[in-house]
Design a protein around this ligand. Structure first.
Ligand code: SAM
Length: 275
């Protein structure tokens, strides 16, 4: 079977663009490989892999899990079903954090819920003098993050800690000037009703009944790990800005910025000195 024939067959079950990307992956070819070398033959192994991947894609498994990687902020990150697939809108979280890190200064940035590591790694790549602390409740996610930091040459600048929200930092007496998080923020019922989200880890998405559990926890816990006068930078779900501002506004002045789609996506909170 040639690449062109494989593409035609796959495109009967899934969208043509997805089919082309999976054929490229099956053949170990770069982007558009199937169009550049349509006569390339698939061996038995590639055919088996492709058949399984097409069936999984038809069931709604994200392309990133099938290919094993996703591009984010100009870098390639390994992903597995243990981590959330990094979303384009989270690049805005990266940009918001970068605005608070002076390029020439040695500074430590902590990310809670580091997942694949895409957000923290993108920040560290842009700020060569910064160091990172990444924590996650799921050791499986940390294993993925570790591989990504290593692949990007960042292993020596990052400490990865397993544990519940701020607990691993508190246990080590760590305080940082910049704390970031893209928390699970999907309301539980919305998560259950959305089959597109089913393949991704529930622990990465479920924000409790109203989706705001983690913002409430951050209100209580962030002052324990952010230095007075430091900043907390969080991603917001679509439409959550008023509620999150009511919660985190108790910590200090907030600023909100919009993503490219115009959604109020990132909130920066200055942690007050009196807390
Ligand atoms: C929305 S995902 C963000 C992943 C990654 N930072 C990104 O932006 O692509 C939330 C992450 O928080 C982690 N998480 C969930 N509950 C947690 C908790 N109680 N303590 C620490 N991390 C938690 C999940 O495992 C997941 O990796």
């Amino acid at each position: 079977m040639t690449a062109r024939e494989a593409l035609r067959e796959a495109a009967r079950r899934i969208p043509p663009r997805d089919a082309a990307l999976l054929v490229d992956q099956a053949l170990g070819m770069g982007p558009h490989g199937v169009y550049r070398e349509p006569q390339r033959a698939l061996d038995a192994h590639a055919r088996r892999w492709l058949a399984r991947a097409v069936a999984a894609r038809a069931r709604g498994v994200p392309l990133a899990y099938l290919r094993g990687w996703r591009e984010f902020h100009g870098h390639v990150f390994r992903v597995s079903p243990r981590v959330l697939v990094p979303r384009p809108e989270s690049e805005h979280l990266v940009e918001a954090a970068l605005a608070w890190i002076d390029a020439g200064i040695e500074v430590t940035v902590a990310e809670l819920g580091v997942g694949s590591g895409a957000v923290l790694a993108s920040i560290l790549r842009m700020r060569p003098r910064a160091r990172g602390i990444g924590s996650d409740v799921d050791p499986g996610a940390l294993a993925v993050a570790r591989r990504n930091f290593r692949a990007l040459g960042l292993a020596g600048r990052v400490t990865l800690l397993a544990g519940d929200l701020t607990a691993p930092l508190v246990a080590r007496g760590l305080r940082v000037p910049l704390l970031i998080m893209n928390p699970p923020y999907v309301p539980t019922a919305a998560l259950a009703a959305d089959p597109l989200l089913a393949p991704e880890p529930r622990v990465a998405l479920d924000g409790g009944v109203d989706g705001l559990d983690f913002y409430r926890r951050l209100r209580r816990e962030a002052p324990r790990v952010v230095r007075p006068g430091g900043h907390l930078v969080v991603e917001l779900g679509d439409g959550q800005r008023p509620q999150v501002q009511a919660i985190l506004g108790e910590l200090g002045p907030v600023r909100v910025s919009r993503d490219l789609a115009g959604v109020e996506r990132v909130m920066v909170v200055e942690i007050g000195h009196a807390l």
